[in-house]
Unconditional design. Sequence first.
Length: 475
Amino acid sequence: MTSVLFITGRRQLRRSFCLGSSSTQPETFLHIIGTNSHGLIRNHGSSFFSSTTSNDENNARRGLTTSEPRDINDATNNDTDSSSTTSPPSQRSTMSTLAELSKARLSALVVSTTAFGFMSVGPTALAYTSLPTFAAASIGTALCASSAATFNQVIEVERDSKMKRTGNRPLVNGSVSKQAAIGLGCLTGSTGGILLGLGTDPITTMLGVGNIGLYAGLYTYLKPKSEINTWVGAVVGAIPPVMGWTAAGGSILDPEAVLLGSTLFLWQFPHFFALNWMYRTDYKRGGFAMVAVNDPNGDRTASLIKRYGVYLASLPFLSTALEVTSPMFAVEGILLNGYALHVASKFDKERSNSNARKVFLTSLWYLPCVMMLFLLHSRRWHKEVTNFEKDKTILESLQSLMSIIQSKGRELCMHEALVSKEVEISIGKGGNKTSLDGSKCPISMTKAVANAQVSMNGKEEITLTIHEEPTKEER
């Protein structure tokens, strides 16, 4: 008797052939793993009974049965089974286990956004901020994020065991005990709080410690109960850049702090709604109340992705209007957000996992791009620092790098030269001459303006004459 088991993955097809044998010996099977132009890779002589026992235990741990129907639209069914692609608990290193328990990649994102907020204060504030403060803010925030992630997994271990994408997490597969995970969460949380308290300021410390409670407490509590959990989670993600800003000496009420937090808050919705859609069946299996779980046709998911994409696209214009950044940030934002909205529109037209993945992947490179552009066009980085002692070498290096990049931008855009004061522009003649600042376009297309004088570093003066087409009445 021969049995055939098909397991499909993104890049491989597996077939297990059970060969008949005597009743006293375990059946053996031929395991074919993958097919390609070079032929088949075979694995002979594995114990069929031991293999099925292991798979049944894994499936039971996830709440699955071999007769469970497949949803071809769910991304988890297009991924290779986690039990076959990850090492067993005995082979996993301690560091990899701790990294997974602490969600190291998520913590790395948190550190990058904290550093973004810290750098956004500009050279004037950084001149009086020591390197240990920057390190305390970054490491302390990372430890707090790790603590929150660990507590989250402790609370959700049963639900994680039912999901394919989380079925091999350390607490689920038994590579770490629940007591050890709680101890790790307490250690990283207390260490992060102490580091923030000693190295930064009370506001930053309060935000960091409070974020642990918000993520591991309210957010985790709401995940199986209400779709509002996504909005609470977005608040959690918006706090780290504000922590970086306050740690560098900024105020939590500064317009820059509001813009930084708003950017991270709004960015998370296209990012997570796309992820929710791809894994909607798995989230349903785990019992989580996500928008995509209650949105079989994807109407709400697509609408929310587009809506928050539009909100996000408005921030560069708001930043320019508040004179936080130069006008070029708004211009470049049109290109950046235009593509993001284009990808969102494609998902709206066709609610496939492929289009959802494009939205998700776009969000991954969008965030570092918008953070870098914000820093490059920040008016604070145009200011000179004339008297500083601390971290002089580091600050000079940063200023040198920013100056090189900004000078290239000024070669392409008159606005950038205007903001840096390298170009002075005035409109009108004689007593009617009016100077323009960096918030206004150097060329005004109105009838009242007949010419403009441009002074390059006071060395030369150029007269620009604007010829307008006559109106029908004038003709």
